[in-house]
Design a protein around this ligand. Sequence first.
Ligand code: ZN
Ligand code: ZN
Length: 334
Amino acid sequence: MRAVIIQGPRKVQLAEMTRPVPKEGQVLVRVRVCGVCGTDVHIYKGEYLGDYPVIPGHEFAGEVVEVGPGVKGFERHDRVAVEPNISCGSCRFCRLDEPNFCENWRAIGVTKPGAMAEYVVVPASAAFAIGDLSYEEAAFMEPLSCVLHGMEKLDVRSGESVLVIGAGPVGLLIGQVARASGAARVVFADRVASRLERAAELVADRVADTSESWQPAETPGGYDAVIEAAGAPPVFERSIDLVRHGGRILVFGVAPRDAAARVRTFDLFRKGLSVLSSYTSVRNSEQALELLRNGRVRVDRLVTHRLPLDGFEEAMELLADPEGTMKVQILPGE
Ligand SMILES: [Zn+2]
Ligand SMILES: [Zn+2]
């Protein structure tokens, strides 16, 4: 089979290798669609948790083509999406029911061979039947699961006003989940005009350009909840000014490891703020598929590029340009 292998920082190779064989409890998936995300860029640049060499790709859907011994509930030709995080079930964090912090954490496409390949072996327990969802939509199960975990912590209630700063693909998932949770107003801020246009078409009641000075006129006193979806510490600083007294901030964007924010902790105290954050997901996959299936979260407008396997490096370049790129998907069968 063909696979993208990252040998080291910025060293990518399209290699021919032996197709893996599913062992006990595993299934072999023929990858149809794999989304490219910021984590892949971090691995590519040498900034993240992964070990080299690695086959990247953790947001994917495909077809079961072989079933390992002892697997129940799946057979050939089943259409599935896969939850990439694998926890051990027995460490302290797994026992606390917080498997996203598992001390023996492994992930398909990060520490184990991923889905930027024609085939990938996965634990059957990590595969989810997608019914008649398209592979393209089902490949959003993983990023949407992460969004759902964060939004569960933020706990948006009916009638609330929500500001999402950062109108990238993840921001637009967040906005739609906020809407589905009953938010009365969903406002987006970003500095890229084309992203704001898309946000306005898809979900936003109002959009604001962050390069101008702007205040939430319709929400005097600030938003009930603000989501930092840009991965930029200055955006977090701004969130503190824009959230109401007693409001909540969710830090969702992945900032550069060493970047710091300047915060007057007095402001947190005086405004009585809750600052929340979330890391990956905790059993949100079924929920994600359900929202995709019934159209409460729409992802078709988020995909701007579809590339074959040998387009991985092109994808890395495309993602550096927020002006023209939203979600890039790799189609290994093309
Ligand atoms: Zn991802
Ligand atoms: Zn564990």
